[in-house]
Design a protein. Sequence first.
Length: 233
Amino acid sequence: MKNLCIIPARGGSKRIPRKNIKNFLGKPIIAYSVEAALNSELFEEVMVSTEDTEIAEIAKKYGAGVPFLRSPETADDYATISDVIEEVVEKYQSEYNKSFDYVCCLFATAPLVTTNDLKNAYEKLVSSGFDGIFPVVPFPAPVQRALHFQGEKITMIHPENLNKRSQDLPPAYYDAGQYYWIKYEAFLREKKLWTNNVTAIVIDELKAQDIDNPLDWKLAELKYKLLRNAENI
């Protein structure tokens, strides 16, 4: 199998400046994603898609390739991740005459993802009939009993669930925002990472953390330390 890992790393982070190369427990946070991908030995190429020359140099230092810089169109605030992946695969086809069997989009700020996580997801996808796979986390409480404000009054969004027991409501999940595996041909066909035929791997809340503000960053560092300490027990 020929697989490509794409690590998107735009330089223009607003909420945490220079987020993709900010120091995370001793090294740039992007290094964790690069190393997890390389150590998995799943990929013919591990590349970073960026428009930022400093990010490119750091990515190369840790072993990733940066065969070309991202275009201005996919480096602005409105480009989607699918736009970025589409640009990369089209460049590989047109300029390097390369195609792949599977593509993994691994985010630069996903230090909790391990080599084994990538391997387990890949093996599950290859043995399935699905186009793609990604990690999800269970909501800690039933979303069917969610509340919202109407002015100062708080009410249930779905009042029909008021008297239902929590254990009688089906579990719900949210996207962990770490990586997406997808069949290369499926992406070329639909130009999106999440087709109508995808599956997921359920992971523990300790294994996932959105990093959108300084508090998120501290929580991610705490979770990383807890996970590493658990491995050494």
